[in-house]
Design a protein around this ligand. Sequence first.
Ligand code: ACO
Length: 428
Amino acid sequence: MSKNAILQIDGKSYELPILKGTENEVALDISSLRSATNGVITYDPGFKNTGSCKSAITFLDGEKGILRYRGYSIEDLAENSNFLEVAYLIIFGELPTKDQFEKFENDVKGQAILNEEMKNIINGFPRSAHPMGMLSSLTSALTAFNPSPVNVKSEADMYNAIVKILGKFQVLVAWVYAKNQGTPRNYADYNLDYVSNIMQMLFRIPIKKYTVNPIAAKALDKLLILHEDHEQNCSTSTVRIVGSSEAGLFASLSAGVSALWGRLHGGANQAVIEMLEQINKDGGDVEKYILKAKDPNDPFRLMGFGHRVYKNFDPRAKIIKAAADDVLAELHVKDPILKIARHLEEVALKDDYFVSRKLYPNVDFYSGIIYKALGIPSEMFTVMFALGRLPGWIAQWREMRLNVEPIGRPRQLYVGQTLRPYKTLNKR
Ligand code: ACO
C-alpha cells in the first residue's frame, strides 16, 4: 500500500499520510488537513469513521467478531482468568506475576472503604433515585475526599489512584444498591476475592449468614471480564475527552458513568429485560414485537440487538449465552422471559430485516438474564456494567494521560444564521 493518500479539493492536491496499526488496520492521518487546506475539516456524525487516538489496549474486529485485550482473546481470558487479573492486564499492559497480583489485590482491598461522610451524601438522595445517577454523583464526590490531583508523571501516584478507585467503586456500587433497597450498608471482607466481595456487599443482611454461591460468583466474574474494555465506545471516549482537559481521574470516571447510563449504550441491558417482561405481560407474542421493530414508523427497537461495530456477531454475546445457560441450569432458575428471549433471537436471526442490516444479539441481550438470575434488580444492571467497565476506563484514561494527548475538541460544520443585526424588542 502507498504511504500517502491524495486528496483533491478545487484542483489542488494534498497528501494525507496513511497509518497502519499492528493488526493492519488503515487510517488516513488528517491531523494537518485544516491548516494545509486553509480551513477544510472532515464531517463524520457519530464518529463512525473517525479514529480519535492510537491505543494499545483493546483490538476488535467487528466483521470477524474478534475482541482481544492486550493481545489476549476474550474467550481465553473469560475461560481462564479473573476480573481483577484482567483489570491489571488492561491497565498496565501485561498479566501480573504472582507477587504483582497479590500486591495489587491486597492494595485494592485496602482501599475498599469510604469516608463516613459519604453516607451524608447518600442519605440526601431520594430512595427512588436511579442507581446510575447516584453512582455518577458519588464517583465525582470522591474527588472532594481526595482533592490532590494525580501526578501522572509519578508511577507510584498513578498506581495509588488506580487501586483507590478500584477499591472504593465496588463499595459505592453496593451502597447505591443498599440505598435503593433500604438495607444496611456493608463493608468489604478482606478474606474474600473481588467478585465474592461485591456479592456479599450487595446481598448480605445482618440477620442471615451469607455464603457466596461459587457458581453465581463464577458467572458474575465472567460477565465482568467481558465488560472490562471495548475500545473507543461512547463512555470510554467520554472518559478520555473529559480527562484530556486534565480534569481528575474520578471526575473523568463520573462522566463515563453518565455516558454509560443511556439506553443505546450500557442502559440497554435494563431495557432488554424490561422489553422481555413487557412482551411476557402482553401474552408473549414475539412476532408482534418483531413487526413493531421492523416498522419504520414505530420508534420501538429490539433492545439487545445491533451494534455499532459488530456486524457479524458479538463474541461476548456468544460467551454470555453459554454462561447464562449454565448458571440458569445450575441455579435451577425457571423464568418465562428466558423462553421469550430464545424465541425472539430465533425469529430475528432468520428475518431478512435483521439479517440484511446485520443486527445480531449483543452482549446486553443475555447479561440481564444472568443478573436477574443472580437476584440483581434491573435498575442495577447498568451499575454492574459500570463496575465491569471501570478497569477499561482507567486504562484508557491512563494511556491518554501518558501519551500526553491534546485536549479533545472536535470542529463543526456551522449551518446556522449568518450575521444579522440585533432588533430591539418593539421591532420583533
Ligand atoms: N431494532 C430494530 N432495528 C434496528 C435496531 C434494533 N435494535 N438496531 C438498528 N436497527 C436498524 C435501524 O432502524 C436502521 O435501519 P434503516 O437502515 O432501515 O434506517 C439500521 O438498523 C441501522 O441502524 P443504526 O441506528 O444506523 O445503527 P447504529 O450503528 O448507529 O446503532 C445501536 C447501533 C445504537 C446499538 C442500535 O443497533 C440500537 O439502537 N440497538 C438497540 C440498543 C442496544 O441494544 N444497545 C446496546 C449496544 S451494545 C453496548 O452498548 C454494550
